[in-house]
Write a protein that binds this ligand. Sequence first.
Ligand code: FES
Ligand code: FES
Length: 160
Amino acid sequence: MEATITLTVDGQRRTVTVDTRTTLLDALRDRLGIMAPKKGCDHGQCGSCTVLLDGRRALTCLALAVAHDGAEITTAAGLDHDALRQAFQDHDAFQCGYCTPGQLCSAAGVLDELAAGWPSSVTEGEPVLSDQEIRERMAGNLCRCGAYVGIVAAIKAAGR
Ligand code: FES
Ligand code: FES
């Protein structure tokens, strides 16, 4: 069974007909040619497919496209966050870069969540931009190159 859906991706309205079993990741990459979200594990374990979905970070490999008809999606390519981008460069927060689009979207989500005062499992009192908070909140984004030290430093710098 197929369905026609409309998504606004990085500010552009796109309409596409997909099999109802299609994930949002496959709809973006295979049907719309939007390659910023990466396919790593394809089952919610690595974070490389992370985007901002209606303003909150989400794993597109675990989302069905038809469940998000009308959604606003921001990929790393459309992320309006120069401070974060610059901080990733300044702090050597990537090597091969495969995980980086997901890391950037997730980091933007983390900074928004902290600004909104959302607690995590390591929060005591008011949440602050500490290494511990960043590590906990970014735990779903794996980096096979092991650039974690730089990633934490970059998010901390961008959040100041
Ligand atoms: S590809 Fe989605 S979490 Fe790994
Ligand atoms: S920079 Fe290579 S996987 Fe993260």
